[in-house]
Design a protein around this ligand. Sequence first.
Ligand SMILES: [Mg+2]
Length: 172
Amino acid sequence: MNKCVFLDRDGVLNEDRSDYVYRVEDMVIPAGVAEGLRLLKEAGYLLIVVTNQAGIAKGLYTRDDVMRCHNYLQDCCGNLIDDIYYSPHHPDYTSRSLTRKPDSLMLEKAIAKYNIDVAHSWIFGDALRDMQAGKRVGVRTIYINHRIPNQPAVADKHATDLLEASKLVLEQ
Ligand SMILES: [Mg+2]
């Protein structure tokens, strides 16, 4: 079986914005992200992005925009990410989908496809719904937040950025 770190995208791999990130020029990758991913990869973790992209349902941008941003992210991080799952749904615009976090179908699909051992896997996220999706499938959770000390109690660990979170995983 394989171990994996699931990665929320906006606010974890790239800086979030008050509106949606869908232009490559708005993809700002903080210092330390590439190094953190490299440390996890060297330790044998699969790196799989699981991201809500409801802007697709809202008609604000397209699947092609999501993939352009993902390709840019891969260019910046040495192609270390193994796969990306995104949920294009929003219950106000499309039918409700179990892929949208806090539901966990994106993670469940990856767990089945990549034969992932949840007991040795993690999720990094900057929202309560990321932690909830992780709990649903039984991975450990790290809540990343560099601004607000308002950290959800449901997270197993807390970190200020992806690099710090990666080092917490490697300490285990
Ligand atoms: Mg986020």
